[in-house]
Ligand binder design. Structure first.
Ligand code: AMP
Ligand code: FES
Ligand code: ZN
Ligand code: ZN
Length: 304
């Protein structure tokens, strides 16, 4: 297989797009494609201050790299969840630090959950028996990202979610016909109320395989291991299923997710679900919540 641009041997074959590129042209294409997505979906503008949530994994480090190269005003945010198994959080953090240093001291901040709130996420899970670490972790991450975006007056929080991530979530939501979630799953989540951060996913059209290729070709040193608590997670299983489907029918993953967005846009699919959720302010932290009184995050830390 040859590079579509220069005819040299290809390094990355994107079967879903029916073309292949050499390393150099792939890197170029990947960056240009990200910029197109940012503009097409009006995610943010040149002068906007952005927070990019970085986990130390390939997607978010690649995203940080691309945003820096495109000249956006971006700052990294690493949330240290205190996951001690195989020193996971410490290792992830090291990858973030190393990336920032290699990128010429790219600015970033670290929020240490235990130092800030008194307990790491696994400690919290132990205390709340019956609650899964990963779901608590998701709740904590969402709260922290939202709070720091608001306090720091950032225009948006960018995350490294790729097409495989989005398609797996869509598959899960569809299997259970969670119409509320289906109405709201999107590459851009606008800030509908004052303390709610705008959330954007500039990589949502890339296959995971391609974000990995970008990170490798760029020489980004990322953490390969998945979170130790995600072993056996259903989203991982759904990703495998979708990959099987992809093997049979190339482009199927992409088709599944992009056609969903299109159908919702053009045919008003789940339109009846899209009326704004009733949000009130948490009595403790002030963040928007569907609960009355305390938000789900603040409820975690009370009555111990
Ligand atoms: P995940 O839920 O682990 O698939 O991660 C999805 C996205 O959330 C990543 O691409 C990052 O942008 C962000 N993220 C995940 N974990 C962290 C973390 N510990 N600190 C900051 N951002 C994170
Ligand atoms: Fe955070 Fe699993 S505990 S991703
Ligand atoms: Zn080429
Ligand atoms: Zn709260």
């Amino acid at each position: 297989v040859k590079c579509r641009k220069c005819g040299e041997p290809a390094a990355v074959n994107m079967r879903q797009h029916r073309f292949a590129l050499c390393g150099e042209h792939f890197l170029e294409w990947f960056i240009a494609q990200t910029e197109r997505v940012i503009e097409k979906y009006r995610m943010f503008a040149r002068q906007d201050r952005l927070l990019v949530a970085v986990s130390g994994g390939k997607d978010s480090l690649a995203l940080w790299d691309v945003l820096l190269r495109l000249g956006y005003e971006v700052e990294g945010l690493y949330i240290d969840l205190g996951i001690d198994d195989e020193a996971y959080s410490k290792q992830s953090r090291k990858h973030v630090e190393q990336f920032a240093a290699a990128a010429g001291d790219a600015p970033y901040r670290v929020l240490d959950v235990k130092a800030t709130y008194g307990k790491s996420v696994p400690e919290l899970a132990l205390e709340k028996r019956g609650r899964k670490v990963c779901s608590l972790c998701g709740l904590v991450k969402r709260h922290v990202m939202n709070r720091l975006a608001y306090e720091g007056e950032y225009v948006a929080v960018a995350t490294g979610h790729n097409l495989d991530d989005e398609a797996a979530v869509l598959f899960q939501n569809t299997l259970h016909w969670q119409t509320g979630y289906l109405a709201r799953q999107a590459p851009v989540l606008p800030s509908t109320v004052p303390r709610l951060a705008r959330k954007v996913k500039p990589f949502f059209r890339f296959y995971e395989r391609d974000t990995a290729a970008y990170a490798v070709l760029r020489g980004i040193d990322y953490i390969y291991e998945e979170c130790p608590y995600s072993k056996g997670a259903t989203t991982i299983f759904y990703k495998e299923l979708l990959n099987q489907l992809e093997t049979r029918s190339r482009g199927a993953k992409q088709q599944f997710y992009l056609s969903f967005l299109q159908a919702r846009e053009e045919q008003g699919l789940f339109g009846e679900e899209t009326q704004e959720l009733e949000l009130s302010e948490c009595q403790n932290c002030g963040q928007p919540t569907t609960a009355s009184g305390l938000c789900a995050f603040c409820r975690l830390w009370e009555d111990r």
